[in-house]
Design a protein. Structure first.
Lengths: 443, 328
């Protein structure tokens, strides 16, 4: 474990340095758009008073720059054409820097592709001196059995979700408590290693330092789920352009994440293919006239679809809005079926709360709030991200859920496996800590 | 006649892109007419900045670089240009000449010219001296006047106790002089000199009779104790008509010299008391008008008289008469 997660530790240090400097950029690399926010951390700011919470830690930062650009070279949330993506990132970062009037060197990025896969880990260890110390926590984390998640995959998140001491479970911080037997449940998320490598390389090509990488499913859950939903258990479905991310939260920890490799772009391509029109026109028709529930009125509403075939006299086709809805609805249903499959695979129906929150750009399609309950269950709502200080009005929509969540993630990140102490057994043989431990054991 | 361009008659852009169709038709027509200026459809503009532009943008947003470029660089550039210009000797000389000329022009403006000198509080002789030593030929710029130097020069004159120098409005150099007043005549190694109360030399004197009103002092070191001498003279006021002068003896005490070669030897300490004692004796016994050669007060508790030869003889005769003997 010493050199394992070295990259994550380095990122952690980079993030600390960035917070010290006070300016950090947030980069959401999506399939349809790339969003860049510049955050300024200035001290504690408003920390909350009598009966007023500290706004989930978001009062410590302020968004001073925001820019978004059409994404290029990204498919299914994975980088497909690196040079194109690099240019898109440059565009977004430069615009955000211009708005912030400052230079940013550190970037925290998130992406949604790479086949995220969740694992539940548990470990158990005897407490050494009747009282749980930092070292015991480190040992129990080290004792948890890592599954064989296959080659070419990397651990993106590994968060201890639950500690149990003897017969008491549900401890969030067991340190200092008396007990014999310490157990831990961990949630580990792995993604395709090449996807991360590509993203890091792309960011490095833009002269930026990576101060952290997070899963898109995780960060959109942080921002779109309200505190109660995170506590009692809920699923967040981030319907993006190329992929739809599902994350399940319980007791303020993510316990499951997965993604369906379908999104809003597939709806657009369905329209383009079905109506024989260019993708840009299809996108325009989708955003202006799209929907999933057709009414009688929609039969009479005719939409002009120019084919741009060069034949101006003949190419004056029109479609009715119900035809468009007829194309959109099966695809949305298919996406929601995929989400349902993910939730079933995760055992979501066994959770006490069945709340499902839809967010992301594709969740803005009208009528989704009547379609989704038919597939996902009754407790479905359309969620928009938390409001953070200084965020422009244009960036408060559901499409920015993961960008806003990444801001919250940057402000108070959750402790990951690599943020805990390293157990002394794992230290190299000549370490000072190891010598200290030998003295402790023998005196 | 100008060929008709179908673009001018195209419909305004509407939903569905009909304007694009007419643009395509226009392009085809233009190509047929051989107009090559706008035949290639422009590629959609790439909003992404180039790598260099991106890097430069980031560099420009770096606070230190920004500060350097906005505050330091202009200063450095101007300094560099001026420095390069000054490297040439001709330029440097021309610059110095111009500066000197402008400076001279300003200094010689009539507002700054001094036209005459006014001396207050000095006698005619002294003002002549002052005019001589300052030796200014007016009109003169006030920038060229060395007032401290002149003040030093004027105060270096013996007859001047204090001097004030200023350029008055109207271009007048005003010199205010406080003269030293002579208090005694001193017969020193360089002849007769007049001294003021402090013993400072005022002027030389050709003849004693030029200033009969001043008392005379003589002897080595007499000029250092003029104040004491004056006090003694004041005490000797009753015998002033008879007084010839004061002589400093051995740089420590005074002799008062009267006419008929009479001398009053005063002690080193408290000479005024001794003088008063002599005056009292003179008033009571009239001793100084008698045939006395010297009154020795060097020991004030025992005044001693030295008689002249004739007086001694007469005294001896009188003593003989008293005793009934004759020395003859």
């Amino acid at each position: 474990m010493t050199d394992l997660y070295a990259a994550q530790r380095a990122m952690r240090n980079m993030r600390k340095a960035a917070l010290q400097r006070g300016v950090v950029a947030i980069l959401d690399v999506g399939t349809s758009k790339i969003a860049c926010l510049v955050l300024r951390f200035d001290g504690d700011g408003f920390v909350g008073g009598e009966g007023v919470g500290a706004l989930a830690g978001q009062s410590s930062f302020r968004v001073i720059g925001a820019a978004t650009t059409r994404s290029r070279g990204v498919r299914f949330g994975e980088i497909d054409a690196m040079a194109e993506t690099e240019r898109a990132i440059r565009t977004a970062v430069q615009a955000a820097q211009k708005m912030a009037q400052t230079r940013v060197d550190h970037v925290i990025a998130c992406f949604s592709g790479g086949h995220p896969r969740s694992y539940g880990l548990d470990g158990q260890v005897e407490v050494e001196q009747n009282i749980v110390s930092e070292q015991d926590v480190a040992r129990v984390l080290a004792a948890s059995e890592v599954p064989d998640y296959g080659p070419h995959r990397e651990v993106l998140h590994a968060q201890p979700v639950n500690f149990a001491l003897d017969h008491r479970s549900g401890l969030s911080d067991p340190r200092g408590q008396a007990g014999q037997n310490l157990a831990v449940d961990m949630h580990m998320l792995t993604v395709d290693g090449a996807v991360i490598q590509n993203l890091l390389y792309c960011i490095k090509r833009c002269d930026l330092e990576v101060a952290g990488v997070a899963s898109g499913a995780y960060v959109s859950g942080i921002s779109a789920l309200v505190e109660d939903e995170q506590e009692l258990g809920a699923a967040c479905v981030d319907m993006g352009g190329g992929s739809t991310d599902v994350s399940i939260f319980m007791k303020k920890h993510m316990i499951y994440a997965d993604s369906v490799r379908m999104g809003g772009d597939h709806v657009t391509s369905d329209i383009a293919m079905g109506l024989q029109i260019p993708a840009a026109t299809a996108e325009r028709i989708k955003t202006f006239y799209g929907g999933v529930v057709a009414t009688g009125m929609d039969d009479r509403e005719m939409i002009e679809v120019g084919g741009d075939s060069g034949d101006w006299e003949r190419d004056r086709r029109t479609v009715s809005r119900s035809e468009v809805i007829g194309i959109i609805r099966p695809r949305v249903e298919e996406i929601l079926e995929g989400v349902r499959d993910c939730l079933d695979a995760a055992g979501f129906e066994h959770l006490p709360s069945q709340q499902i929150v839809l967010t992301g750009g594709a969740s803005q399609i009208p009528g989704l709030d009547t379609l989704a309950p038919k597939i996902l269950g009754q407790q479905v709502r359309i969620g928009r991200p938390l409001r953070v200080q200084g965020l422009p009005q244009a960036a408060t929509g559901a499409a920015f859920a993961s960008a806003v969540g990444l801001c919250l993630f940057a402000a108070n990140p959750q402790d990951e496996w690599w943020d805990f102490e390293i157990p002394t057994e794992r230290y190299p043989a000549r370490s000072l800590k190891r010598a200290m431990r030998w003295f402790k054991d023998n005196w | 006649m100008r060929p008709i361009d179908p673009v001018e008659f195209a419909k305004a852009p509407t939903t569905g892109g009909s304007a694009r169709v007419s643009e395509a038709v226009a392009r085809a027509l233009r190509a047929r007419l051989g107009d090559t200026s706008a035949h290639a459809p422009a590629r959609p503009r790439d909003p992404a900045p180039s790598r260099a532009a991106y890097r430069f943008n980031r560099l420009w947003l770096t606070p230190s670089f920004r500060f350097f470029m906005r505050r330091m660089a202009p200063v450095l550039a101007i300094a560099g240009c001026v420095g390069l210009w000054f490297v040439d000797t001709d330029n440097r000389m021309a610059f110095h000449d111009t500066v000197a000329e402008v400076k001279r022009d300003i200094q010689n403006r009539p507002e700054f010219m001094v036209k005459l000198m006014a001396i207050d509080g000095a006698s005619g002789e002294l003002s002549e001296d002052i005019r001589e030593i300052t030796s200014l030929d007016f009109p003169l710029s006030s920038f060229d006047l060395d007032l401290p130097g002149m003040l030093e020069q004027i105060e270096g004159l013996d007859a001047v106790a204090e001097a004030g120098l200023r350029v008055r409005a109207g271009g007048i150099l005003q010199i205010d002089i406080t003269e030293r007043t002579p208090a005694v005549v001193w017969r020193g190694p360089h002849g007769l000199e007049m001294l003021d109360v402090d013993g400072h030399r005022v002027a030389a004197l050709e003849h004693r009779v030029d200033r009969p009103d001043l008392p005379l002092i003589a002897g080595v070191g007499a000029e250092r104790d003029v104040a004491e001498a004056l006090a003694i003279l004041k005490a000797a006021a009753p015998i002033m008509p008879r007084l010839r002068g004061l002589v400093r003896v051995g740089e420590r005490r005074w002799n008062v010299v009267l006419d008929r070669d009479q001398v009053i030897l005063l002690p080193e300490e408290k000479p005024l008391g001794a003088m008063a004692q002599v005056m009292a004796l003179d008033q009571a016994k009239d001793i100084l008008s008698r045939d006395v050669k010297a009154v020795d007060m060097r020991r004030p508790d025992r005044p001693t008289l030295q008689l002249t030869e004739a007086a001694q003889d007469e005294m001896r005769r009188l003593q003989g008469v008293e005793l009934g003997v004759s020395f003859r």
